[in-house]
Design a protein around this ligand. Structure first.
Ligand code: NAD
Length: 356
């Protein structure tokens, strides 16, 4: 049974469908977009899923490109673009996590073709007009309405294959969008409500998913959270947490979702010094008296990674990470000080409780 939600992001209407098995409607969605030839994109690890989607598309399948990579390297996009042109595709279907959806967005940015996103993680990229891409070792982001997928198919059967460890880190990655949305300078009553819905879906849903990973009803609850967290990420600007994760991913090649999972409690504890009132919904959902400490205890209870040193960062990297994360000013509720960020990173590196 599928259920539709209409989402508006930056004035653009996005068709959002939820339901176990909803991926099987992909041919009808392609036709609905007025397209006839879709190219399916995925990572190498999910190529068999891409083949399944192509088989479901039948005559509307123009080709498959299964070389999506983390951080959307421009070289891979250009190779995919050649493939897209040679197979005469007039639509893009991206099935996978944020890396695959990033490739679909990068192709749409260059061609303005319509996109259908079929997410298999909770990263939330499908709900934003933001594209991050990497060239010559530098990751840059842009925002453009062309990048926002026209259709999202949230299929609980696909996210049910996400291993428990990745489920936890990807869920915390989604929660990070909503947590930072609570104190974003451009927040509104509507964005706050969306953020709280997203946080609630994961606070309630992640322990239940861990207890029963293949329960499709619980998986769907968390996918609804992924949509809310992704949609709010597309609506308001992010602060210190996303800056730190961007720095650690871009300059030190740390893995995306686990880095978000480790940094979240520390960045939120840092900002709670100036934004305790805005972060109060997190305390209400998780208990305790500090949003950062509450997130640390929650992450620990889920078995999430807690230390950057376990993700490959060395202690010697901390000074450079601090310098990179404080080199340019950006909006953040608590003033950015190099000693403060260095202390935050030290605690996150060692896996200690956040500095309050
Ligand atoms: P990912 O897409 O890199 O996936 C990680 C690995 O898990 C891949 O090998 C993938 O094939 C595999 N995988 C995905 N779903 C699976 C499933 N259901 N079962 C088994 N394996 C599965 O990881 P991610 O965390 O989803 O995405 C990270 C990327 O997304 C980063 O590059 C990040 O910058 C980007 N992102 C962008 C935005 C945006 O708005 N632009 C938002 C969030 C994330």
């Amino acid at each position: 049974m599928t259920q539709a939600v209409k989402s508006i992001c930056g004035g653009d209407a996005v068709r959002v469908q939820f339901g176990a098995g909803v991926r099987k409607t992909v041919a009808a969605e392609v036709a609905r977009l007025g397209a006839t030839r879709a190219m399916v994109v995925s990572t190498p690890a999910q190529s068999s899923l891409a083949m399944e989607i192509a088989a479901t598309l039948g005559p509307a399948a123009a080709g498959i490109f299964s070389k999506a990579e983390m951080h959307t390297p421009v070289a891979a996009t250009l190779e995919a673009l050649e493939h897209l042109k040679s197979c005469g595709a007039d639509c893009i279907v991206a099935v996978g996590g944020g890396s695959t959806i990033g490739l679909g967005k990068a192709l749409a940015y260059r061609t303005d073709l319509p996109q259908i996103a079929i997410p298999t993680t909770y990263a939330g990229s499908e709900a934003t007009p933001v594209l991050g891409q990497t060239e010559n070792g530098v990751k840059t982001t842009l925002s453009d309405p062309k990048v926002l997928p026209e259709v999202i198919l949230y299929d609980a059967e696909l996210v049910a294959t996400l291993p428990v460890g990745m489920t936890v880190t990807s869920g915390l990655n989604a929660m990070a969008h909503a947590a930072e949305a609570l104190y974003a300078p451009t927040r509104s009553a509507a964005s706050n409500a969306l953020a709280v819905d997203g946080l609630n879906a994961f606070v309630d849903g992640l322990p239940r998913v861990i207890a029963d990973p293949e329960n499709l009803s619980v998986r769907e609850d968390t996918l609804r959270g992924a949509w809310a967290c992704g949609a709010v990420l597309g609506q308001v600007g992010m602060g210190l947490h996303h800056k730190l994760c961007h720095t650690l991913g871009g300059a030190f090649n740390l893995p995306h979702a686990p880095t978000h999972a480790v940094i979240l409690p520390h960045a939120i504890a840092y900002n709670a010094r100036s934004a305790a009132a805005q972060l109060a919904p997190i305390v209400e959902l998780l208990g305790g008296d500090n949003a950062g400490a509450a997130l640390y205890d929650f992450a620990k209870s889920l078995g999430a990674p807690l230390a950057l040193r376990d993700l490959g960062l060395t202690e010697d990297d901390l000074d450079r990470a601090t310098a990179l994360a404080t080199s340019k000013p950006y909006p953040n509720p608590h003033p950015l000080s190099a000693p403060g960020i260095r202390a935050l990173l030290q605690a996150a590196w060692a896996g200690e409780t956040p500095v309050i």
